[in-house]
Design a protein around this ligand. Structure first.
Ligand code: PEP
Length: 259
């Protein structure tokens, strides 16, 4: 089954509203509408920038989605500082990054937290926000040689309690921690090996047909120079882009590599 690639920009904690509007407008200006037939594109700004970015894209009728970088699983209530799924829907988010390694390491997010978020996002079948479920090993785990088992366990934990009807709306991003923001990209073979293993885990959980339809992205210092080789791998269905998504020309060049 041919999977439509997804290129998603993770802006992390960058850009004030004014800066977000400028960057979104720059991306919108160079984005050609027929690209959307071949590739899905999303930008994931900080929460406060979501609405301004969405407004620019709607005004221009640019077929680029917006996604959040995090969410809380309860719909409302006494959860100071958190943002709910209904709030993200109200803004028009199509995607939400879940379990990014920075959240796992800096903010102590556990596999159980990730699972709660994934299940809450996948529960709505009418207007789903697609979770981009991030998994990936540290350098220590890679050096030990146990990285396939490690990532397999992360995927199983993230999807615990879901079925193939839920899981078909999810995206998985393989992001080796040693490659994030370091300029040290995984080689296409290294990335392909783990992305194929992730698909095998998904097939074990949800059946081969469902797993064939789920997009598995690579993330970790992807840029306009290495995107083509990575995206040419059979189990890499797009990219989650950090640093290079903060420059319109670089981000759009990565989108072009997926065409
Ligand atoms: C990320 O944070 O998801 C990421 C892949 O970052 P970078 O592209 O900067 O390595």
């Amino acid at each position: 089954m041919a999977r439509k690639p997804l290129i998603a920009g993770n802006w992390k904690m960058n850009n004030t509203i004014a800066q977000a509007v400028v960057l979104t407008q720059e991306i919108s200006n160079i984005f050609e509408s027929d690209w959307a037939d071949t590739v899905d594109v999303a930008i994931c700004p900080p929460f406060v920038d979501l609405k301004p970015a969405k407004t620019v894209l709607e005004f221009d009728k640019t077929k680029i989605s917006i996604g959040a970088q995090n969410v809380y699983w309860e719909p409302s209530g006494a959860f100071t500082g958190e943002i709910s799924i209904p709030m993200l829907k109200d803004i028009g988010c199509d995607y939400c990054i879940v379990g990014h390694s920075e959240r796992r390491t800096l903010f102590h997010e556990t596999n159980e937290d990730v699972n709660n978020k994934v299940r809450a996002l996948l529960a709505d079948k009418v207007q789903p926000i697609h979770p981009i479920v991030c998994v990936g090993e540290s350098l220590a785990v890679r050096d030990e040689g146990t990285y396939i088992d490690f990532v397999d366990a992360q995927v199983r934990a993230a999807f615990a309690g879901t079925d193939e009807i839920d899981a078909k709306d999810a995206v998985v991003a393989y992001e080796p921690i040693w490659a994030i923001g370091t300029g040290r990209t995984a080689t296409p073979d290294q990335a392909q090996e783990v992305c194929a293993a992730i698909r095998a885990t998904l097939a074990d959980l949800f059946g081969a047909e469902c797993a064939e339809g789920i997009r598995v992205l690579y993330g970790g210092s992807m840029n306009e120079g290495n995107a083509e080789m990575l995206l040419a791998q059979p189990d890499i269905d797009g990219g989650l882009i950090g640093g290079a998504s903060l420059k319109a020309a670089s981000f759009v060049d990565i989108v072009k590599a997926a065409l």
